[in-house]
Design a protein. Structure first.
Length: 196
């Protein structure tokens, strides 16, 4: 049974237009959450495909993230198992080189704490990228993403920092083989413990 308070909060988020006028397109907040979720994924912000679909990680990044987690689409898109709460709920637009802009700064202060408090069963938060890592780890985060992800054990069992699963990070993954050898098995074991 759905939690009425959480459902009200999700409606408020989906109706949010705080950044309207600051972007070239209409805001379309994208979030997935259920009160029984044991895993929360905090990413950056929707990209162009997610903005179009209205569903989180419906792009090659989502394919890679699901592979990292070893979960199928049914489990991944079940809000009662996995909450997906980006730092910015709306697609922020593209820069002059065609890359996604950073998440809008208005979003996280307005919503992150409220959403997190509405998810009392979350036991693991995946911090995907530096924006999420800085917000949730604060001064405990390393000096950069590589250092933060490399020392993942010190944030366990509550948090697990990850690089963004974007194709743009393929070179990072090749340069850091320890991620696949050491961090992915840790991620998969925790997901298996929590979701099975």
């Amino acid at each position: 049974m759905a939690d009425p308070k959480l459902e009200t909060l999700l409606k408020e988020i989906r109706d949010c237009r705080v950044c309207a006028g600051a972007m070239l397109h209409e805001p379309r907040p994208v979030i997935q959450a259920g009160s029984n979720a044991k895993v929360m994924i905090v990413g950056q912000a929707p990209g162009t495909r997610v903005h179009a679909s209205g569903k989180p990680f419906t792009d090659p990044s989502g394919d890679r993230l699901r592979d990292w987690m070893k979960v199928d689409a049914d489990a991944f898109y079940n809000p009662e198992k996995i909450a997906i709460v980006p730092m910015g709920f709306c697609f922020p637009g593209l820069d002059s080189k065609g890359s996604d802009l950073p998440p809008r700064k208005e979003c996280a202060p307005l919503w992150q704490d409220k959403v997190r408090s509405g998810l009392p069963n979350v036991e693991l938060t995946l911090l995907v990228g530096m924006y999420a890592q800085r917000r949730y780890l604060g001064k405990r985060a390393g000096k950069n993403l590589t250092e933060t992800v490399k020392q993942a054990e010190i944030y366990a069992p509550e948090f697990l920092p990850l690089p963004h699963p974007s194709w743009r990070n393929s070179a990072w993954l090749k340069q850091n083989p320890w991620f696949e050898a050491r961090i992915l098995p840790m991620l998969r074991l925790r997901i298996k413990e929590l979701l099975l």
